[in-house]
Design a protein. Structure first.
Length: 515
């Protein structure tokens, strides 16, 4: 006899298996490929948990607001449904951070990091033969503390040191512990704290979540060890982890793949509702190259296309790097088209901010250093010279500075003129833009009708002469997978075609790239 409820009649067998497992009270994980209806699956699972208090943990504020709207509709039909959507940081702030750190929360991470560096230098907690060497050491301390904040560790240890600090590990560790002690001090009003500081302090307090019976942890492939530790320590709690290991692209922030680390029953979601056979074939090529046995299956015959070249018009251009963003912005400036660059999501509204101002400020700050002048920009003020910035960019952990060094070296004295030209074509609101420009990381979790890829994607397979097989760069393969699965109807490969095609061929995979 079929036990599906009226609301479950349109679910796939995979989705029904997830709902049934939730109804039985199981703790489990869901491996959900791109566009496979995980939101619908979780919503139906929540409906099967009537009488239980459900906490739905999401990655960011935008996802939280979307979930709240969806659950509000459900509650009108089923008032007895008890479900709350929250981000990990909002829980930590409400229960812990607001009481301990009110008035100290920094407006941005870079500004807080700069204040931490200044504190280390003023207190002589770092040493070096020159001012530049002391500044470099201070940033190594900040990187050490940042790695600790993302971890589940109870104390700062050598595992949190950046590679460049190996020769001075003892002094860097001592300074990092002193900095953390100051940040963790509820009475120390001098130093600003970031969102990760109060989340870490909350995790270390061994919190209990007595106000929920079930936790649904979305985007579990990018879980921070700190928050994952909070959830896994809970007792008598049903936990459901949902994610796609092939969309894990935040390892550089200390994220871990909970789907790998948790020994729980796994249920797959493989039928995609986002696109048709052509885009699915390309995505499956990447999955095959990664050794994934399961494949994406289009839910129904649907018209989609994978095109070569670059379109005259599209909804979205996805770049791998900020350098690629600038190059694409210049392309649309030449076409007299208004563009909007995706920035960070506003923590209050959940909407993406205009990222052009951030890009402009950092590019001009780097250019000032190139000209031999100082800069007061929070992200670059600690660097005394262009050489210091270049060394930081080239060192382990310098990914945030590399795009700006590359751009200034490319445009040199023309940098301010390039910025000025871009400003004329940049629009303030996304709804007013002819095209949206974004990095893959900023657009993760979203979709667009017509998507074009920029020219700056990196190969995810390389072969040394003596090697029998090419080696896989899993992180870059994940970025490629996320990029190609954002499109719903048209995917234009642009300059990324040759890079992706070469990577797949080296790994023994053939995939059709369209006309």
């Amino acid at each position: 006899m079929d036990s599906r409820s009226a609301g479950e009649e349109c679910l796939t067998d995979e989705q029904c298996a997830i709902v049934d497992a939730a109804r039985r009270g199981e703790s489990f994980k869901v491996a959900a490929f791109a566009g496979t209806g995980k939101t619908t699956s979780l919503t139906e699972a929540a409906r099967a948990l009537l009488g239980k208090r459900v906490l739905y943990l999401v990655f960011n504020k935008a996802q939280q607001r979307a979930a709240q709207r969806r659950f509000a509709v459900l509650k009108k039909r089923q008032p007895q449904l008890t479900i709350e959507s929250r981000t990990a940081h909002s829980i930590a702030w409400r229960l812990f951070g607001s009481k301990r750190y009110r008035g100290r929360l920094a407006r941005d991470t870079h500004g807080a990091s700069r204040a931490w560096v200044a504190y280390l230098l003023e207190r002589n907690l770092v040493w070096g033969p020159t001012g530049e060497a002391r500044s470099t050491a201070a940033w190594a301390v900040v990187d050490t503390v940042s790695a600790f904040l993302a971890s589940a560790a109870e104390a700062i240890g050598s595992e949190h040191l950046p590679a460049r600090a190996a020769e001075r590990s003892d002094s860097i560790l001592n300074a990092a512990r002193a900095l953390w002690s100051e940040l963790d001090d509820a009475g120390a009003a001098a130093l600003p704290v970031t969102h990760d500081v109060y989340l870490k302090a909350w995790q270390l307090s061994r919190p209990v979540l007595p106000w929920c019976d079930v936790v649904m942890y979305d985007e579990a492939q990018d879980a921070t060890p700190a928050m994952l530790d909070v959830v896994t320590r809970q007792r008598n709690l049903q936990t459901i982890y949902v994610g796609d290991e092939h969309q894990q692209i935040y390892e550089f922030r200390g994220a871990v793949n909970a789907l790998h680390s948790l020994q729980l029953p796994e249920y797959p979601l493989t039928r995609t509702w986002r696109f048709g056979e052509r885009i699915a074939a390309l995505a499956n090529g990447i999955l095959q190259a990664k050794g994934e046995a399961r494949r994406l299956r289009p839910s129904a015959p649907r018209h989609d296309a994978v095109q070569s070249g670059f379109p005259q018009a599209c909804d979205l251009v996805l770049a791998r790097t900020n350098v690629g963003l600038v190059e694409q912005a210049l392309r649309f400036t030449d076409r007299k088209a208004g563009f909007f660059i995706r920035g960070a999501t506003d923590p209050e509204t959940g909407f993406a901010a205009n990222g052009f101002g951030e890009l402009r400020g950092r590019l001009l700050a780097a250019h000032s250093l190139w000209k031999g002048r100082e800069t007061h920009h929070p992200a670059f003020a600690a660097f005394e010279s262009w050489g210091a910035l270049k060394r930081a960019a080239e060192a382990d952990g310098g990914e945030a500075f590399r795009p700006y060094v590359r751009l200034v070296e490319q445009y040199e004295a023309r940098t301010p003129a390039v910025v000025s030209a871009l400003r004329k074509s940049s629009v303030e609101n996304e709804s007013e833009a002819d095209v949206v420009l974004s990095t893959v990381h900023r657009f993760k979790g979203e979709e667009a009708r017509r998507v074009a890829l920029a020219d700056d994607y990196w190969e995810f397979a390389s072969r040394r002469k003596e090697a029998e097989r090419a080696s896989l760069d899993e992180g870059e393969a994940n970025i490629a997978y996320v990029a190609v699965t954002r499109a719903m109807e048209e995917l234009w490969m642009g300059g990324a075609r040759a890079t992706l095609e070469s990577s797949l061929e080296r790994l023994g995979v053939y995939s059709s790239f369209g006309s």
